[in-house]
Ligand binder design. Structure first.
Ligand code: SAM
Length: 409
């Protein structure tokens, strides 16, 4: 064995992954507006690359345990892989397709022919995820809740793909509650990026006259806290006449309410109510033209019918009102984003109602799909912070953006 061979494959792969940190960070320093610079520092870019590598190692482990290596010795489409392995097609097709695309990006499998068939590129490596987690612990332990969540989900993934356990049970069983408290938090360095990018959007686009903010899918309240802190720091919190925090899951809503109550400015300023974005808002206490801003962090992409939900949002807004969302924006259609490894377990995430122009598949949308969906719902002046298309041309794995749009007057 030569000296080069003695370098464990896992560690050379890690070094290769980290090789782009300084060039990407330098590009982002030029491309991101000043408000986003402190949020997406060089240290965050390094954590992002580490997490990419960690998730890839988990994906390899899940794929091997599920039998994907053997099932792709001969070229196979995702549907053929699912059939060969006897997986439950309805739930397994989208995640297996995602895993194969992820493995193809890493050249563990190659895509052959035009019919989207995948074939193993020789024997698969088996890199250990643990050293990546340890490197993250040394570098910035605030990202560890995202590691714990991905690792926990990975353990149950093969059983989920075989149809032995529901994805919603894997994610949301009562024993998993702590994972979400730690994950949807501004103390989680990874999730905080989405919350703070969204807060930058609200800081920019809150109408001059202020008004009522309605948040949809507010979860445990970390997105709302980031917004309120940013508006306070900008001296604009007084412009917010009321904050209506809403959420579908009762346990999340209760916890979000607890987190926010300390922030309440006066009786009635904060309202916390259940709201299902898949049902008419009018039936749930939101009247037409009631609010100046509808806000959501990583929630709108789980709408079952995006056109319906955007229509309800438009109706809820006053003329000139603002739709402001923080979203993970897919760089190109077909490209994977690491959070999808976790959220592909949810039927609402992976299987929304499709639309050929702007909802060709489940999961996150591209910038073009967001623009098309929002414009089709009757909004004007769709905009992104940062200029996501320009950023992704230069840094293809960057995805955090705030999206704004105006309800025409
Ligand atoms: C990514 S989380 C948002 C987390 C939140 N920013 C926080 O700080 O905790 C998306 C949220 O959307 C909620 N959600 C899912 N389906 C929904 C629906 N149909 N209507 C409203 N909210 C929904 C989920 O329960 C979850 O809390």
């Amino acid at each position: 064995m030569s000296e080069t061979d003695e370098v464990p494959l896992a560690e050379s792969a890690l070094e290769a992954r980290l090789a782009d940190v300084s060039t990407d960070a330098a590009a982002l320093r030029v491309l991101l507006p000043a408000e986003l610079q402190p949020l997406i520092s060089d240290a965050v870019v390094r954590s992002h690359k580490l997490y990419e590598e960690f998730v890839d190692r988990l994906v390899l482990r899940v794929a091997r345990e599920t039998g994907l290596e053997a099932a792709t010795r001969e070229p196979a489409s995702p549907a053929e892989v699912v059939a060969r392995l006897g997986l439950e097609a309805r739930r397994a097709l989208a995640p297996v397709d995602w895993i194969l695309r992820r493995l193809a990006a890493r050249r563990t499998v190659e895509e052959s022919g035009t019919a989207r068939r995948f074939r193993s590129c020789g024997a698969w490596p088996a890199p250990d995820p643990a050293p990546v987690r340890e490197e993250q612990r040394r570098h910035d332990p605030s990202w560890l809740p995202s590691y714990t969540l991905a690792e926990t989900v990975a353990q149950d993934y093969p059983a989920f793909l075989r149809g032995e356990i529901a994805g919603e049970e894997v994610l949301f069983a009562p024993r998993r509650w702590r994972l979400w408290v730690d994950y949807f938090s501004n103390a989680n360095g990874q999730y905080a990026v989405s919350n703070h990018v969204g807060a930058v959007g609200v800081g920019r686009w809150l109408p001059r006259a202020g008004g009522v903010i309605l948040e949809i899918g507010g979860g445990l309240g970390s997105g709302a806290l980031a917004v309120l802190e940013r508006l306070e720091a900008a001296g604009r919190i007084g412009d917010v006449r009321a904050y209506r925090f809403t959420e579908l899951v009762p346990a999340f809503l209760r916890r979000g309410q607890q987190a926010l109550e300390g922030r309440s400015r006066r009786p009635g300023w904060l309202r916390c109510d259940p709201l299902d974005m898949n049902r008419p808002f009018g039936d749930q206490g939101v009247r037409p033209g009631d609010v100046s801003v509808v806000y959501a962090v990583n929630a709108l992409h789980v709408a079952h019918d995006l056109a319906f939900t955007l229509g309800e949002i438009r109706r809820a807004l006053v003329p000139g009102g603002q739709l402001i969302v923080s979203e993970c924006v897919r760089p190109h259609s077909g490209q994977t984003i690491y959070a999808e490894f976790i959220f592909n377990l949810m039927e609402t995430f992976r299987a929304p109602r499709l639309h050929p122009a702007y909802r060709p598949a489940g999961g996150f949308l591209t910038a073009g799909e967001w623009r098309a969906a929002i414009e089709a719902a009757g909004f004007a002046d769709v905009r992104f912070v940062p200029d996501i298309v320009r950023v992704q041309e230069r840094v293809p794995d960057y995805f955090a953006a705030a999206i704004g749009a105006t309800r025409p007057g």
